[in-house]
Ligand binder design. Structure first.
Ligand code: AHR
Length: 491
């Protein structure tokens, strides 16, 4: 493949929030994944797993979305404050019908974000909650005035407001969040957002529920009827390997058909974002409203023997390639995509981290986020890619994906070889700048295209150094093995 990087043609800023994550009260994401409780023998800080905190800090996690997902629209925040032993239980009807004890609530989530040094992104309840309930939650979080909610927060041990900024007004209100029509939701959004107040210096960034994948009508109506009342509009897009939600495909032990099917499906993200962005451009040519892709990733059949409502799946190098190509797409659209959140951080869907009791492993997808952190808050550079297509039984996909950015005086390139069988020679021509040094060059690869890290072999897939040749005329070259991706940073 040949790549030209025009280092003097700077495009949009890549918000670090594109590298965000999502944690729902679903399966073992919160309970067992983040939260083990203060009395656990698993090392923890205030009940939160230390190994998970340390791992997420290493990727500079910029934000964390909570408490859902579908759970958000049946969550009543007041059940999750005060002494834990007094908190009422509820049934988590969406996810496995298990009893939720509400031990992880507002204070615990915001403590987690403090430990991670990331921005909280809270999604409020529109589907089954009242305007008053949402309004009071914001007051509880952000007010320092003399007020009933400030008083309650102080009684629960927190003097200072947290200053939460990212505020979701419902989740999937076209589906699990109330089965609403866009015309109806647009008005509901306006009402709930109106009573989600700013307190002092704490200005909310209000995110309206956006469309399900290719539902462009939803985006049209929301932008037309509520665009001026929102800061962000969400969008959810999941990759299904088989294209069939009833039989989504396996996480490991899959064939080439599923490799091609899933990558082809993931590559569609470019068209989906482009089409939503075109509608947004019509109503908001200044690009004030951010597209917030707050749920994305590969959704597979659950691992055998696990609760189907817990959405626990393994994570292979194929999933890492999906993460790599999707993040490259988001970078390219960073003029409009201001935030994105992979679903979900621990033990659910395309996880970064899997846990089993006290054991923890980092998935191949985790390593992609570690390698790609070079792009966080960098400036996108113009790139031009020429490559072959790869084909299998009538499905044809591009064989490569690339993104390049500049941060200070460093230029970073992330390159994916999407071909499951063929290695590729990468040749990058850096134009417009005098580059003299390779400061980082690593590859993430595997022996087989469905390989994953297991609790018996937790480090079989991890980044390795690669030899990159840099010549005086600004040419970089190396060989990228089949089904692998690389980050190269030069100065
Ligand atoms: O991430 C799992 C679920 O997928 C979320 O709860 C919901 O918003 C989406 O349908």
């Amino acid at each position: 493949m040949q790549i030209i990087v025009q280092t003097d043609v700077e495009k949009s800023a890549i918000s670090r929030h594109i590298y965000g994550h999502f944690s729902e009260h679903l399966g073992r994401c919160i309970y067992g994944g983040f939260w083990v409780g203060e009395k656990s023998s698993i090392p923890n800080v205030d009940g939160i797993r230390l190994d998970v905190i340390e791992a997420l800090k290493k990727i500079n996690i910029p934000n964390l979305r909570w408490p859902g997902g579908c759970f958000a629209d049946e969550y009543h925040w007041m059940d999750g404050i005060g002494p834990r032993e007094n908190r009422p239980t509820m049934i988590n009807t969406h996810w496995g019908g298990v009893t939720e004890n509400n031990h992880f609530g507002t204070h615990e989530f915001l403590r987690l974000c403090e430990l991670l040094e990331c921005e909280p992104y809270i999604c409020g309840n529109v589907g089954s909650g009242s305007v008053q309930e949402m309004s009071q939650w914001v007051e509880y979080l952000n007010s320092d005035n003399v007020s009933p909610m400030t008083k309650l927060r102080k009684e629960n041990g927190r003097d200072q407001s947290w200053g939460v900024k990212y505020w979701g007004v419902g989740n999937e209100n076209w589906g699990c969040g109330g089965n609403m029509r866009p015309e109806y939701y647009a008005d509901v959004y306006r009402r709930y957002a109106c009573y989600s107040r700013n307190y002092g210096e704490h200005k909310l960034y209000c995110i309206a529920c956006g469309s399900n994948a290719t539902d462009y009508h939803w985006t049209e109506v929301l932008m037309r009827d509520a665009g001026k009342f929102m800061d962000g509009l969400s969008m959810h897009y999941y990759t299904v390997a088989t294209g069939n939600w009833k039989d989504k495909g396996k996480a490991t032990g899959f064939g080439l058909g599923e490799w091609f099917g899933s990558l082809s499906n993931a590559l569609q993200m470019d068209e989906v974002v482009t089409r939503h962005a075109t509608i947004m451009d019509h109503y908001d040519p200044e690009k004030r409203v951010g597209m917030i892709v707050d749920e994305w990733g590969i959704w597979l059949d659950v691992e055998e023997g696990t609760n189907p409502g817990f959405l626990y799946q393994q994570n292979s190098i194929r999933d890492a390639m999906i993460a790599g190509l999707t993040l490259n797409i988001f970078n390219e659209h960073s003029d409009r995509v201001h935030m994105a959140n992979l679903a979900q951080t621990v033990n659910v869907l395309q996880s970064l981290i899997l846990t089993e009791g006290e054991k923890m492993l980092l998935t191949p997808t985790y390593h992609v986020f570690e390698m790609y952190k070079a792009h966080q808050d960098a400036v996108l550079l113009d790139t031009h890619l020429t490559c072959e297509t790869s084909e299998h039984e009538g499905i044809s996909i591009t064989s490569a994906s690339v993104s390049a950015s500049r941060k200070d005086d460093a230029i970073s390139m992330t390159v994916c070889n999407l071909d499951p069988n063929q290695s590729q020679d990468v040749q990058i021509q850096l134009r417009g700048n005098n580059v003299t040094q390779v400061v980082d060059a690593r590859v993430l690869g595997a022996q087989a295209y469905d390989q994953c890290n297991t609790f018996d072999a937790p480090e079989s897939i991890k980044p390795q150094p690669i030899d990159v040749k840099l010549t005086g005329d600004g040419q970089l070259s190396w060989t990228l093995p089949a089904h692998s991706l690389a980050v190269v940073t030069v100065k």
